[in-house]
Design a protein around this ligand. Structure first.
Ligand code: MN
Length: 433
């Protein structure tokens, strides 16, 4: 639902939020958790321009009322779980009052200004205590492209158009933007070798994904219907599902990925709320004329009409040599989230369809976001055809899989005529030697 917080004329008295191309204008107001030099405990903060608003400090000034104050007081812990668990009406009330307090012409500016922390002084944390993390496989283009490498004649497995496929991943190794990625070791069976070997992966890859944080959970045994799924989604962040392709292809027979993925997953620190994304909702991707009918629990008229998100992703890569030459990250791909075959709501409905309970702060990955066109692929395995076609970099280097010192950075923004552009901030990581 579009409301006053999305109004394109709205400006903030925090000047940096009004800068052209700023990721965090007053229409965004994403949540994060940060260590600040002024406090011993991490704080729940809201990004506004180049500043971060300390939500609990604001609550202590008595400027928030009703459900917004309740929501702000739920920010007393060192993660977002308390706020997330309250549910959408509380999140919406807090957003509305934060927007009003940060808007040009608001009263109490001097008091609110004392609750601002410069983002450059903050060390961001993983925004929630993630109890469970599952990762989906919702791009038909990624599924087809990666399937073709293994099964040229039969790339797409028969279940793909019937259910959103997923695997359970590991929450203990979720890290925040900027955390270095150690190259994992594992068992692989090189082509032509008679026996497997153990050692560092030779096929370290990224997967450019969107991460969904659960707000209010569901009781065990009570599935979340697709019609109500949006009420259980707190917001979205960017996610890098680092992957060791040689380990993955050897270990994933017949079960899913295990050690090839669990060594590390990076998330961006700012969670863009579902309400902030409201102006950028679009129809779910066209399933094509030959698609099988959806089973009722995965089919909803409103989800077909509004289940997509117009979210433009960008993947940048910088090698150590490029850094020495002063070259910026080279954009190697621009995937679009609206191309995903399955929607956010379908992932939530499917995961709870057996009665499994989701909890506030649980993380759901979309799976690699890949589009139908060249330049829209979301991982190196697809971009390089599993190492066969190297990417040419502006430094003159060529790249297949990731090497020591390589830095991968995902960024994303939403933009639509008649609304103010919002961004996600970076999700970056550098491969250790
Ligand atoms: Mn993945």
């Amino acid at each position: 639902m579009i409301n006053a917080t999305h109004h394109p004329e709205l400006r903030s008295w925090v000047d940096s939020a009004n800068a052209h191309g700023c990721d965090f204008p007053i229409q965004n107001l994403p949540f994060g958790v940060a260590h600040s030099p002024a406090h011993t405990q991490a704080r729940v903060v809201v990004a506004i321009g180049d500043q971060a608003l300390d939500v609990l400090a604001l609550a202590q000034h008595g400027l928030l009322q009703g459900m917004a104050q309740e929501a702000a007081l739920a920010c007393s812990g060192q993660q977002l779980n308390g706020l997330m668990s309250l549910g959408a009406p509380h999140h919406s009330a807090l957003r509305a009052q934060l927007s009003a307090l940060l808007a040009v012409g608001a009263s109490h500016q001097a008091v609110v200004a004392t609750c601002l922390l410069p983002q450059r002084d903050l060390r961001m944390r993983v925004p929630a205590q993630v109890g469970d993390f599952s990762d989906f496989f919702t791009s038909i283009h990624h599924a087809t492209n990666s399937g073709r490498l293994a099964r040229p004649d039969n790339p797409l497995l028969p279940n793909f158009k019937h259910l959103p496929v997923a695997y359970h991943s590991r929450s203990s190794s979720i890290v925040v933007d900027g955390t270095p990625c150690p190259r994992p070791q594992g068992q692989t069976k090189p082509a032509g070798a008679a026996q497997p070997v153990f050692g560092p992966t030779r096929c370290l890859d990224f997967e450019c994904e969107v991460g969904l944080f659960i707000g209010q959970g569901n009781a065990l045994g009570t599935p979340i219907p697709l019609q109500q799924a949006q009420d259980h989604i707190f917001g979205l962040a960017l996610l890098n599902d680092w992957s060791a392709r040689d380990m993955q292809s050897w270990e994933s027979q017949p079960l899913g990925p295990f050690l090839a993925k669990s060594f590390m997953t990076t998330v961006s620190p700012w969670v863009v709320t579902l309400e902030a994304l409201a102006p950028f909702r679009v129809p779910a991707a066209d399933r094509g004329a030959d698609a099988p009918a959806l089973l009722p629990y995965l089919n909803d008229t409103a989800d077909r009409a509004q289940g997509g998100v117009q979210l433009h992703l960008q993947i940048g890569l910088q090698t150590p040599h490029m850094r020495e030459q002063g070259l910026a990250h080279h954009v190697i791909s621009r995937p679009k989230f609206e191309d995903q075959y399955w929607t956010l709501g379908q992932m939530v409905a499917h995961q709870t369809s057996n009665g499994c309970n989701l909890q506030a702060g649980d993380l759901i990955g979309s799976g690699t976001v890949s589009g139908p066109r060249p330049g829209e692929l979301g991982c190196l395995k697809e971009i390089t055809q599993d190492g066969l076609h190297a990417i040419a970099l502006p430094s003159g280097e060529s790249k297949t899989y990731l090497e020591a010192g390589d830095e991968v950075v995902f960024t994303a923004h939403c933009q639509r005529e008649g609304f103010v552009r919002i961004g996600f901030g970076p999700c970056a990581g550098r491969v250790l030697a």
